[in-house]
Design a protein around this ligand. Structure first.
Ligand code: IPM
Ligand code: MN
Length: 376
């Protein structure tokens, strides 16, 4: 039996997570697996009503559960950054989910916007670091008169380098945000990427950075990558700059097998990855702590304008559910779900709007369940 925390969240969150849950229930009951869902109301609605975001008491409770299944958070009524930082990032950090695993896989039956690229050409993993880099939240926005502390920090950091001559009387606004990575934090994610390549029999690990400009943090990243790679002599390696890799994702996606990236670049390149695999409606992700509580979610957002229209594609959420079961060790059930999704996509009779069809969110979920039942 698994105890799973479920957070539908905002916008289309409730609709897609309902389908994900339906599919997981259908598959697991066939295998005699019992799942207890513990639903939490966190998200914009709850925040606007109660002022509560992600309380520590809930996180504490979830510590004893097997995983978290998340819809999406984000709402135009709430200033950007609040829900993202206080719900999503807080949970990732609290459970030290240092891996953000994002498969980039073009399923059969899904059109890719890349001309002449087929499912065999687009099938790789992005392993995104998920707890460090520019996401640590160190920085400030201030003016010199009002906040001497920030000014002192900046003075120490930049010394003569800074071009602005700080004038203590100045009212001009300034802002800074610091990227931070650590050797152990980098080691564990790069190690995970190599182990994944080994497990999946993939022959290449590509590292992403911007070590030609951000020489400090990504210099350390590169050193660690080099060190870890020596433990895997059978796996080919390369360094790519983040700007260049966006070009190569489009030009030659078949080159990539496992891509390992620092947090922010990983965030950016996986939206591009989602597009080449047929869109955000398909792309799933897992925030993983291999020894702790992991959280699975579609990588798309809450799409508030599609809320309650039943037009959102639940496939990304369903695939995130399969990933959750896979990570819990229920490899067979996960595979059954993924295969059922693929059958629906190949057949194309039931197809959501983003893929050019007119089926509702519920119809897609139901069809996955039907295919799944037929296959067992
Ligand atoms: C993602 C999202 C989040 C991120 C936001 C909502 C904080 O874009 O999961 O990719 O940047 O990690
Ligand atoms: Mn993102």
């Amino acid at each position: 039996m698994y105890n799973i925390a479920i957070i539908p969240g905002d916008g289309i969150g409730a609709e897609i997570i309902r389908e994900g849950r339906k599919v997981i229930e259908a598959a697991s009951s066939k295998f005699g697996l019992e799942i207890k869902w513990n639903e939490y109301p966190f998200g914009a609605e709850h925040y606007l009503k109660t002022g509560e975001l992600m309380p520590d008491t809930a996180l504490k409770e979830i510590e004893d559960m097997s995983a978290i299944y998340l819809g999406a958070v984000g709402d135009p009524r709430v200033k950007p950054g609040i829900l993202e930082k206080e719900i999503l990032l807080k949970t990732r950090f609290y459970f030290d989910q240092f891996i953000n695993l994002r498969p980039i896989k073009l399923y059969k039956g899904v059109p890719s916007p890349l001309k002449d690229k087929n499912p065999e050409d687009i099938n790789f993993y992005v392993v995104r670091e998920n707890t460090e880099d520019f996401y640590v939240g160190i920085g400030g926005r201030f003016n010199a008169r009002a906040n001497q502390d920030h000014l002192e920090v900046l003075r120490k950091l930049y010394k003569a380098k800074i071009q602005v001559d700080f004038n203590l009387e100045a009212e001009e606004e300034m802002a800074y945000q610091v990227g931070f990575i650590s050797r152990p934090g980098t080691q564990r994610v790069i190690k995970y990427a190599f182990e994944l390549a080994k497990k999946k029999k993939m022959k290449r690990v590509s590292s992403v950075d911007k070590a030609n400009v951000l020489t400090n943090i990504y210099g350390l990243w590169r050193d660690v990558f080099k060190e870890i790679s020596t433990q895997y002599p059978d796996i080919e390696t390369e360094f790519t700059f983040v700007d260049a890799i966006t070009m190569w994702f489009v030009r030659k996606p078949e080159w990539f097998k496992v891509v390992v990236a620092p947090n922010m670049f990983g965030d950016i390149i996986t939206d591009l990855g989602a597009m080449i695999q047929g869109g955000l409606g398909i792309a799933a992700g897992g925030n993983i702590n291999p020894e702790g509580v992991s959280m699975f979610e579609p990588i798309h957002g809450s799409a508030p304008k599609y809320k309650d229209k039943s037009i959102a594609n639940p496939v990304a959420t369903i695939l995130a559910g399969a990933m959750m079961l896979d990570c819990l060790g229920e490899v067979k059930i996960a595979k059954v779900i993924e295969d059922a999704v693929e059958k629906v996509l190949i057949e194309g009779k039931v197809r959501s709007h983003d893929l050019g069809g007119d089926s509702s969110t519920i119809e897609v979920g139901d069809e996955v369940v039907r295919k799944l039942k037929l296959s067992l």
